[in-house]
Ligand binder design. Sequence first.
Ligand SMILES: Cc1ncc(C[n+]2csc(CCOP(=O)(O)OP(=O)(O)O)c2C)c(N)n1
Ligand code: SF4
Ligand SMILES: [Mg+2]
Length: 273
Amino acid sequence: MNSQLVQEYFRTDKLPHIWCPGCGHGIIMKAVTQAIHNLGLDKDKVCIVSGIGCSSRANGYMDFNTLHTTHGRALAFATGVKLAKPELEVIVVTGDGDCSAIGGNHLIHAARRNINITTIVFNNNIYGMTGGQYSPTTPTNELGTTAPYGNIDKPFDIPALAAAAGATYTGRATAYHAQQTIKLVENAIKNKGFSLVESISICPTYYGRKNKKGTAVDMMNWLKDNAIDIKAAKKLPEEKVKGKFLIGEFKNVTEAEYTEEYMKIVERFQKER
Ligand SMILES: Cc1ncc(C[n+]2csc(CCOP(=O)(O)OP(=O)(O)O)c2C)c(N)n1
Ligand code: SF4
Ligand SMILES: [Mg+2]
């Protein structure tokens, strides 16, 4: 992104950002902004909503209509914005904790409604902001401040959870796969319905340090070496895919959208009155 685009899309008076050196969140924030730019969206017609967390800081830096709300409630606020102003492109930036722990119920119900909101999950497998507590995406046996002897829970697959609940667009990329994150976010915004893109981020400060994952560069290399595109995976023998995680577009279908269905009821009621 050249300096002209930085001036156009970021609140430069709020920079430099407060993320730790090596944090993956900045790459994902930039990818979301690049996708908005590539689609040629009118800045004033975009509303970016977040909850609370290091990831949820992103829209404080992004120069659009923005709402920094309460922990776990980004989708509840975003649903209100979308229903009040359906003409806005509503985008949620959220963390694994924000959207799948305290906000998990909002996530499945927004997906169930197929409301036209695009959600980008910055998944660093931990609660970064509050000091490294394990989250619903912390892998089994890994460490967190609240799991000093290893996490015994199984992690959520967030795109699969959203798809099962009714999201019509889902995909996954990583902070290493920045170009793919941009493309998936573009497609997610184009989908008229509930879309979710998970981008796997890195938190060298807590998740990395606690689990001896090495430097930020080591963590980025791990993402490069362990992600397999879903299309490539289909052609590979099972042993080559085992232990890796899938990236790419997982679901892309068309179904009735919530605000349109809601307006149909409003119009019918007004005619019958
Ligand atoms: C109602 C409420 N509960 C708990 C908190 C404390 N809290 C703030 S951020 C956070 C977790 C953030 O984790 P995640 O969404 O994964 O974001 P990250 O910091 O990892 O990017 C928690 C538990 C809060 N702010 N409000
Ligand atoms: S604590 Fe982790 S998630 Fe938060 S800014 Fe630092 S590296 Fe990023
Ligand atoms: Mg997190």
